[in-house]
Design a protein around this ligand. Structure first.
Ligand code: THU
Length: 128
């Protein structure tokens, strides 16, 4: 049975702007009302200004006023499923907490993680 969140991440991946790496990534986030917000990686000629799919999805949702999230899916074309980078783990932690994270590829392989297992001892607002 297909998971609409994974399908949304796979669809978003097709919008990736990745002329430099050619590495296309899609992300999808389900909010507490069940709505899905998507993102793709958007690269830049300076390289360093590139934004990952996960952060684009989070920032799109946050900019629309959404603050509560249930699940995240990340899709890329790798056999060894692509996890969020460190910067995205920080952003996901701050906005989603210990959220369920589904990694997927184009061939139906999936893995489900809890963010705390990928991002132990995070810095967050509780330290401020
Ligand atoms: N990328 C993502 O969008 N998400 C990830 O989880 C890993 C990396 C992007 C950034 C860059 O555009 C390309 O993949 C190669 O690093």
């Amino acid at each position: 049975m297909s998971d609409p969140l994974i399908e949304a991440a796979l669809a978003a991946r097709l919008n990736a702007f990745a002329p430099f790496s050619k590495f296309l990534v899609g992300a999808a986030i389900e909010d507490s009302d069940g709505r899905i917000h998507t993102g793709c990686n958007v690269e830049n000629a300076t390289y360093g200004l590139t934004l990952c799919a996960e952060r684009v999805a989070v920032f799109k949702a946050v900019s629309e006023g959404v603050r509560k999230f249930r699940r995240v899916a990340v899709a890329a074309d790798t056999d060894n499923l692509t996890p969020p980078c460190g910067a995205c783990r920080q952003i996901l932690w701050e906005f989603c907490g210990d959220v369920e994270l589904v990694l997927a590829n184009l061939h139906g392989k999936t893995e489900t993680w809890q963010l705390k297992d990928l991002f132990p001892k995070p810095f967050d607002v509780s330290y401020l």
